[in-house]
Design a protein around this ligand. Structure first.
Ligand code: BGC
Length: 835
């Protein structure tokens, strides 16, 4: 305080002029030349108790006289969720680029669009580790590796800061599944606590917290969002040990909670270290908590100081927002979206030089599957940025435009993809026997039984609920023989049985989450015979629903396949687009592609060897047809520039730059949490045991010797590369990368460290990477600086370098006891081209 008085006096004598305006002697916090922490302290020192309380209640009007702007926030991790913004490729695509420069540009562009829309607080990026490939929110996260996620997010934060926007690291922490995340509806009303993640301290530190702390360390992130789930008991937003540790790790900004359900006890959360009470307004926090002394004055000061720090540090104070503009998407942002998409597309297979298409051999192309506006899948939920149709380039438009008039392009629908189907219409079958219970568990005597022609409810029948369950049994009779697919669209928990076979349990909080896609629960295709009745049973519980109970059973004949096969037979190349819907509020229950898509790919590949499968999925899928097709390209959810980016890669204008940020399992049974281990996923009684410890993602596959379909870090270029001459000297490793082909292209040099046995670490862990673009025949020397913190255990280490977690031709053993010190930041690769 004394220091401040002196400083104020000094400022008064000297008088400061900033941007032509004098800063009053008694308002030193307005001086942008000072460090943000000092400005926060200076302002805190002149605030009254009441002003502090008001700020702690989220009432920014109380501090407006000091020049402090109100915080205005918007989602989401892949672009600003508003009209007139750019629908960027998913964050997972960004992680696939393994490119720090693109990550910074992506954060900068999203920050600029946030500002343009009058938001100074961005509710992104997300960095929840992909612990299970079934997790719904993978598209908006950054894969399974904490180092890759942390490096990517640190750059995004730096980019957003350059646009004077507060970025939010979310969701803290161990928020790795949707199932049960906000708890379940309870009999007497209200909700149970969120899913309880039981995680060891070591796994928390090394895997789940690591990306957050890296972004804090490298980019001084200004905000962290605590999550919906519980962690080893308490809700994360009410866990004082967790939040104190976060704040002690050098985090200077504020902690804000996830929406509504993250805070069960506002006083406990305030005491534990929650700073902003809610994403807007006071949440359940009251002035009384402060005036009564329940919350100590030091905690109140901490809340205020952290909130102010973020506002000063991000530049939000010095750069007031203007009015929101209608259109904030720019040509540069759209070009960036295209670049992130091409550089994040992962070429998984390319036999017989099927790609690129620009070889003069291609005179005709059949595009099969959703290739129009039905192809532009976005992640559902708060991260969904609906593309502006007038600016969206569909795959069909992109490919047709690039192919030119010399190539004949035909489109055949083939499959609807992962979309809700038409509701079953009553035919000659007698309808469904419906039983309803006034509990969530089909328990006891039903409260209502009746016959219904369809299973098509947008609300509970009168007198049933609010928490309810139901069973329908009946038959449907197909009029034609062939493949059929069923879809359930429900908010809640549902299981479908076809002819006594359990074909799909499903979990959805809502049928449509905000403006994302509808979330159907698709079964695999089922072969049915004309006139033969098929028994149907559906069990449903409204326990999991969020915005209102609903359930709709639908079916359709997989009738598009024959026409698609015909188109493929007459084309030089068949491109089959396949997709799935996943996002917030829903996990998948299988890695299989939904509905008739596998059958479609099989049928097309049977008549056209040059079949190229384009996967537009939010996570790994199984590929039973892999050996029958020539090429597979994973595009993730690419946003509005899909068609431009896809055509660029297919025709070889751009190299497919992506490498997998997540392991693709060879079956649903692989990985640490197969269906036989429900305590690991989805949990039992909403308690989830992370007892695989550190063995997350590729770490599990390496430790157990499982062979995935495609490993972490994998992806092909159109060029070929060789790694040679790895040397470790002190803490610096150098390796030569040579493009041995006749094409320009890029690879990602990946460095994995193997620790001495006594460290108890997984077999190999990513500790450095660098994207290297090289012309034909060119080479470069990449040097990685290892992090001294990783070399603390005495003994011998081995560094492996190559192009994926399973292709590591270069290795070097070393003892760090004789360490020298490199100069560049640990983990980043320094590239000397032409060396
Ligand atoms: C999501 C957050 C999001 C928030 C506000 C929540 O349901 O989990 O990621 O920021 O909603 O939209």
């Amino acid at each position: 305080m004394l220091r401040w008085v002196w400083r104020a006096a000094l400022v008064g004598i000297l008088s400061i002029v900033v941007a032509g305006q004098a800063i009053a002697a008694d308002e030193p916090w307005r001086d942008p030349g000072q460090p943000p922490g000092r400005r926060a302290d200076e302002l805190l020192a002149v605030m009254s108790f009441d002003q502090k309380v008001q700020l702690a209640l989220g009432n920014f009007a109380a501090v407006a006289p000091f020049g402090v702007p109100a915080l205005s926030s918007d989602d989401g991790p892949s672009g600003i969720r508003a009209t007139g913004t750019t629908s960027f490729p998913s964050s997972q695509t960004l992680a696939s680029t393994f490119d720090r420069g693109l990550a910074r540009a992506y954060g900068g562009a999203i920050g600029a669009e946030a500002r343009g829309k009058a938001f100074n607080w961005w509710l992104g990026p997300a960095m929840d580790i992909a612990r299970t490939p079934l997790s719904g929110r993978q598209p908006e996260n950054l894969g399974e590796d904490p180092f890759l996620a942390g490096e990517t997010v640190a750059q995004e934060v730096a980019g957003a800061k350059s646009a004077h926007v507060i970025a939010t690291l979310k969701h803290y922490v161990a928020n790795n599944q949707e199932f049960g995340r906000i708890g379940f509806n309870q009999p007497g009303g209200g909700r149970s606590g969120g899913a309880d993640s039981i995680v060891s301290q070591r796994a928390l530190q090394e895997i789940y917290e690591a990306p957050f702390k890296r972004a804090i360390r490298e980019s001084d992130a200004d905000a962290v969002m605590c999550s919906y789930n519980r962690l080893n008991g308490p809700q994360t937003c009410e866990d004082s040990a967790l939040l104190s540790d976060l704040k002690a790790s050098g985090f200077n900004g504020f902690v804000a909670p996830d929406f509504l359900f993250a805070v069960k006890d506002p006083l406990a959360a305030t005491l534990a270290g929650l700073d902003l009470p809610a994403l807007g307004g006071p949440g359940g926090r009251t002035a009384d908590m402060f005036t009564s002394g329940q919350v100590p004055a030091a905690r109140l000061d901490d809340i205020v100081r952290r909130t102010l720090y973020a506002i000063f540090d991000s530049g939000a104070f010095d750069n007031p927002l203007g009015p929101a503009a209608d259109d904030v998407s720019t040509p540069a942002h759209r070009a960036l979206a295209t670049r992130v998409s091409t550089d994040g597309m992962v070429l998984l297979k390319n036999d017989h030089h099927a790609l690129p298409l620009s070889d003069g051999r291609v005179r005709s192309i059949a595009i099969i599957g959703p290739s129009g506006s039905d192809a532009t899948y976005i992640t559902g939920g708060s991260a969904g940025v609906t593309p502006d149709p007038s600016r969206t380039v569909t795959p069909l438009a992109g490919i047709t435009g690039r192919a030119g008039s010399a190539v004949k392009v035909t489109a055949a629908q083939g499959s609807l993809g992962d979309a809700p189907l038409p509701t079953i219409v009553p035919g000659d079958d007698p309808g469904f026997q419906a039983s309803y219970w006034n509990n969530g568990d089909l328990d006891g005597a039903p409260a209502l039984t009746r016959t219904e022609p369809t299973i098509d409810l947008a609300a509970a029948p009168t007198g049933v609920g609010p928490l309810w369950s139901a069973r329908w049994t009946g038959t449907v009779t197909p009029s034609q023989s062939g493949l059929y697919r069923f879809s359930l669209l429900q908010a809640g928990l549902a299981t479908l049985y076809v002819d006594g076979r359990r074909v799909g349990p499903g979990y959805r909080e809502a049928v449509q989450f905000i403006d994302g896609p509808f979330y159907p629960m698709q079964t695999q295709a089922v072969r049915l015979t004309a006139g033969r009745r098929v028994s149907i049973r559906v069990d449903y519980s409204s326990r999991a629903q969020l915005f209102g109970a609903q359930i709709h059973l639908a079916w359709a004949q997989a009738s598009g396949i024959a026409a698609a096969v015909d188109a493929a037979r007459h084309a030089d190349v068949a491109i089959v687009m396949a997709n799935n819907a996943q996002g917030e509020g829903m996990d998948r229950t299988t890695l299989a592609l939904a509905g008739d898509q596998n059958a479609l790919i099989d049928a097309v590949a049977a008549v056209n060897r040059r079949t190229i499968v384009v996967l537009n999925t939010g996570g790994p899928v199984l590929m039973p047809w892999l050996h029958r097709v020539d090429a597979v390209l994973e595009t993730w959810y690419p946003g509005q520039q899909f068609g431009t980016a896809l055509a660029g890669v297919l025709f070889g204008d751009s190299d497919p730059g992506g490498r997998l940020p997540i392991t693709f399992p060879a079956s649903d049974q692989q990985g640490p949490a197969p269906p036989t281990r429900p305590e690991r996923y989805p949990g039992i009684d909403n308690v989830v045991h992370y007892d695989e410890g550190l063995l997350v993602g590729y770490r599990w596959y390496d430790a157990t010797g499982q062979r995935p379909l495609f490993p972490f870090g994998y992806g092909l270029s159109y060029a070929d590369f060789r790694f040679s001459g790895l040397q470790v000297s002190g803490d610096v490793a150098t390796v030569r990368v040579t493009n041995t082909s006749h094409r320009a292209g890029s690879t990602v040099a990946q460095a994995y460290l193997s620790f001495p046995r006594s460290a108890g670490e997984p077999p190999r862990q990513l500790k450095g990477y660098a994207k290297v673009a090289l012309g034909p025949g060119r080479s470069a020397v990449v040097s990685f600086r290892l992090d001294p913190a990783d070399l603390a255990t005495p003994g011998r280490y081995t560094l492996f370098v190559g192009s994926s977690s399973r292709d590591l031709p270069e290795r070097a053993s070393f003892d760090p006891a004789t360490l020298g010190r490199g100069e560049h930041r640990a983990g980043t690769g320094r590239i000397r081209q032409g060396a």
